[in-house]
Design a protein around this ligand. Structure first.
Ligand SMILES: Nc1ncnc2c1ncn2[C@@H]1O[C@H](COP(=O)(O)OP(=O)(O)OP(=O)(O)O)[C@@H](O)[C@H]1O
Ligand SMILES: [Mg+2]
Length: 415
């Protein structure tokens, strides 16, 4: 988060299809968008850098657009990370209470958390989030804040988010190479949930499903905390690829057909309705049944929704925790997906638009921006100390210092 005088905060969502930068100003607790930038994401596959130079260029393009619109210069930012290597695990630990008169102290909490985190993790993994679910004081469970309570033993349940260290380092490196410091990295679905969920939904039990281009990121909330997270290696781009293969069409045309003529309900399309498709390679125009297009879309979307259903089914059996599902990300705009999800999941489903920022008239009020706008809320809460950062987030942060970036910007302005 940039901490200049105006309290400017910045988020960069490093997605598979787009890099999205958002610059905002904190006005009390309100987050006012000043500018956004969008660039086609090149150099990344399912959240992992496969070409550093292309990733750097995409980040640079996106940042420059956001800086131009916001009339500001970005010095540092919170950055989203995703991909199949992101892994959420639950763990617990306990500590004897040693505080004065049997009162639980911050040191006792620290020891309980430390004991929960003392897992043997592979060396190539980095803990990017340590999220507290709840505490137990002696036999009393469901304690939200045990500080100052009386007891003999304190237990804590945590949700840890792990990431492949090299994957995080490559993203941070790419951002640094544009001259921007990384304030912190945030798991994509955590950021999206910040943007689209109300506190009531987090309390009552809600699943956030961010359907992106490369992956679908799932997070389950209940009693105000995150209980489960998973990255599914299926996203909207796979649907497009299926269409391209199935209809022998170029990818860009498959994408357009998906958005403009696609639906997850083939049976709702007239049996004889035709669409025009050009043949890959020759460009020759042909007609195919629109229903065929929709059957291809349904098959892949069903596979995805059934994978989500396996997660929600398991959670409901274990905890009876879920009252609804919120779909977000660009893939949540697929025609009919909410109804199809309700059929498969048997839970109320809605599309999640970002609600945490103003003005609501900004074009960024779109499910594809949920992660980017959620990063701003995350940044704000860290700024006001609501969310502690994972203590072992030791990121290499500088390659080009901010002063150099500001200097370049000034040179451009004053010639
Ligand atoms: N109107 C629409 N109908 C159907 N699909 C859509 C629509 N708009 C966008 N999409 C799909 O959404 C996907 C991109 O979503 P999004 O921008 O959230 O991805 P991303 O954040 O870049 O990817 P990831 O989160 O996997 O890194 C693409 O597959 C795109 O085809
Ligand atoms: Mg995304």
């Amino acid at each position: 988060m940039a901490k200049n005088k105006k309290q400017i905060i910045t988020g960069i969502d490093v997605g598979t299809t787009k890099i999205c930068s958002t610059v905002a100003q904190l006005e009390g607790s309100e987050i006012r968008i000043l500018g956004t930038g969008w660039a086609v994401s090149k150099g990344l596959k399912k959240g992992v850098v496969i070409s550093l130079s292309e990733t750097i260029q995409s980040v640079r393009d996106s940042l420059e657009e956001a800086e131009k619109e916001s009339q500001s210069i970005v010095e540092s930012a919170y950055v989203s990370v995703g991909g199949s290597h992101v892994e959420g695990i639950n763990c617990s630990g306990a500590a004897d209470v040693r505080g004065k008169n049997g009162e639980i102290s911050t040191e006792d909490i620290g020891r309980a958390v430390h004991s929960a985190r003392s897992l043997d993790l592979p060396e190539d993994r980095t803990v990017i989030h340590v999220l507290t679910q709840d505490f137990e004081v002696d036999e009393q469970n469901g304690v939200v804040n045990p500080l100052g309570m009386n007891g003999r033993q304190l237990s804590v349940n945590l949700h840890l988010i792990l990431n492949a260290s090299a994957a995080v380092r490559n993203i941070v490196n790419a951002i640094n190479k544009t001259g921007v410091l990384v304030d912190g990295v945030v798991m994509q679905q955590l950021a999206s949930a910040e943007a689209v969920l109300s506190s009531d939904e987090k309390e009552l039990g809600t699943v956030v499903v961010d359907i992106g281009g490369g992956t679908t990121d799932v997070a389950v909330y209940g009693q105000g905390s995150i209980w489960y997270s998973k990255v599914l290696p299926v996203g909207g781009n796979l649907v497009t690829k299926d269409i391209a293969i199935g209809l022998k069409a170029p990818l860009c045309e498959a994408e357009q057909l998906k958005r403009e003529a696609g639906s997850v309900f083939p049976e709702s399309v007239a049996a004889e309705e035709l669409i025009e498709v050009s043949e890959i390679g020759t460009g020759r125009q042909r007609t195919v049944l629109r229903r065929t297009l929709c059957q291809i879309i349904q098959a892949r979307c069903d596979e995805l929704l059934k994978a989500v259903a396996r997660i929600t089914g398991e959670i409901v059996v274990r905890t009876d925790l879920i009252s609804g599902v919120v779909l977000t990300g660009g893939g949540s705009l697929m025609d009919g997906i909410v109804d199809r999800a309700e059929q498969i999941l048997q839970i109320p489903v809605r599309v999640g638009y970002p609600v945490n920022v103003v003005p609501h008239s900004h074009p960024a009020f779109h499910p594809a921006y949920s992660t980017a706008l959620g990063l701003l809320k995350y940044a704000r809460d860290i700024h006001s100390q609501v969310v502690p950062m994972a203590p072992d987030m030791a990121l290499g942060m500088r390659s080009v210092g901010p002063s150099e970036r500001v200097k370049n910007w000034l040179m451009e302005k004053i010639g």
